[in-house]
Design a protein around this ligand. Structure first.
Ligand code: SF4
Length: 428
């Protein structure tokens, strides 16, 4: 077993311990906000036109009427937390596909802007989901970053992903991206590497399109992650994830992006200019998540909202947020989480870390930091710690495992909610 897989296993072990949310779900109020603090608000919209087989996010098949109702509940939930005193300066709409009903998304952004001094708005979408009118609408609403889920321009891979029929061929996607170019401060493209049938030549073609033909502002290149589900839909559609080529593929991506003049915002996000991070949890340590299936991290405690959309609506109707679980992190886990996220962004400022933890940050993690320096992943620059080139790939492995842990948690929450809803129905 090589060091990459040892590190991956260790992160998996720590994750599963940290992200456990035990006990029965029940309304769990969010804490009072810190006075004067501005938070990032994540809003989850779980509807999608296509349920891609590699995807482990909380998503359900789009139907107009329930999606409309859901977006109204989301707006009510935003009012609830605003009334509690939470103040937001950044919005991040993720999913699912937040743009399934662009008009309602527009109204929600406008409503939040009317109550808060919002300085940036990030929205995820799919190619051609919006059309030119939808793009103009979001630009008018003040969206600063549009993130388009492309995954690959390779037609054969798009067919395997079951995205070809809905979102078009590689050529169609390229046209849709050109239409959105220049409409937002940052146009981000989400890509995936290490598909079982992806070749080096196909990866290099995708990179050439991104950096040459399209010259996009930002590219987030995620490693393919295993999706555990009982039906095995991912394995049937695209094959089994195998990690032996992952490092080589990552090296090709990093070399190509850096040579084309992009800088690395995080180990897997490359930008032409200073833009928002691809991961809001890296950008801001504390955040509020609203909507079914969202997570919040506030004051050292993780919160999860219900994964049952029906329960979510009923809770908001009762004047509650959808949060049903909380999990306080130990001081040590908070430090580990901080280390993981800060170094994912490339460097950790020691003074900031000391201020955050009220004392010497490094003392609490001497074993972890010693091991990372020993294997050549982290370099001590005096005032800060930074990732080496080798460290960037190790961080891809660690973040892959971190998100796989979140995916396992999502699966567990979906099952918990199903069991809970079934039990409630049986008792009616
Ligand atoms: S990859 Fe995007 S479009 Fe596909 S199911 Fe997941 S969230 Fe929906």
């Amino acid at each position: 077993m090589n060091i990459d897989s040892v590190i991956g296993r260790l992160v998996r072990y720590f994750n599963d311990d940290m992200l456990r949310f035990s006990g029965a779900p029940g309304y769990t109020p969010l804490p009072e906000p810190d006075t004067g603090r501005k938070y990032l608000l994540y809003l989850h919209v779980p509807y999608c036109h296509v349920l891609c087989p590699f995807c482990s996010f909380h998503r359900v098949q789009f139907k107009e009427a329930p999606a409309r109702r859901y977006l109204e509940y989301l707006r009510d939930e935003c009012d609830l937390v605003s009334d509690m005193g939470y103040d937001f300066d950044e919005l991040y709409f993720g999913g699912g596909t937040p743009t399934v009903i662009p008009g309602l998304l527009y109204d929600l952004i406008e409503a939040l802007k009317a109550r808060h001094g919002i300085r940036s708005v990030s929205v995820e979408t799919n190619p051609d989901d919006l059309g030119k009118a939808g793009i103009a609408m979001l630009a008018n609403a003040g969206v600063t970053r549009l993130s388009v889920g492309v995954q690959s321009f390779d037609d054969e891979l798009l067919k395997q992903m079951q995205r070809y029929d809905k979102y078009g061929s590689g050529a169609d996607i390229r046209r849709a991206i050109s239409d959105a170019a220049g409409c937002f401060e940052t146009l981000n493209i989400d890509m995936i590497f290490n598909f079982p049938d992806q070749t080096e030549a196909s990866l290099r073609r995708d990179l050439e399109i991104l950096t040459g033909e399209l010259g996009v502002d930002q590219v987030s290149y995620y490693p393919l992650m295993n999706v555990d589900n009982a039906e095995g839909t991912m394995e049937k559609a695209i094959g089994r994830v195998e990690y032996s080529r992952e490092r080589r593929f990552y090296e090709i991506i990093a070399e190509t992006m850096l040579a084309a003049g992009y800088t690395r915002n995080s180990s897997w996000c490359f930008s032409r200019k200073a833009g928002m991070f691809d991961e809001y949890i890296v950008d801001r340590e504390q955040y509020v998540g609203l909507g079914s299936g969202s997570f919040s991290y506030l004051g050292g405690t993780l919160y999860s909202s219900t994964f049952s959309i029906g329960d979510y609506g009923r809770m908001v109707d009762r004047g509650q947020t959808g949060t049903v679980f909380s999990q306080p992190l130990t001081e040590r886990d908070q430090r580990r989480y901080y280390l993981l996220m800060e170094l994912f962004g490339g460097r950790l400022d020691k003074r900031q870390a000391d201020d955050r933890f009220g004392g010497r940050f490094e003392r609490g993690l001497w074993r972890e930091l010693g091991a990372l320096q020993l294997i050549g992943a982290v370099r001590d620059r005096g005032a800060y710690l930074e990732l080496t080139e080798r460290g960037h790939y190790l961080w891809v492995v660690m973040m892959r495992e971190f998100f796989s842990g979140v995916n396992r948690l999502r699966n567990k929450m979906r099952h918990t909610n199903q069991a809970d809803t079934m039990a409630a129905k049986a008792g009616e």
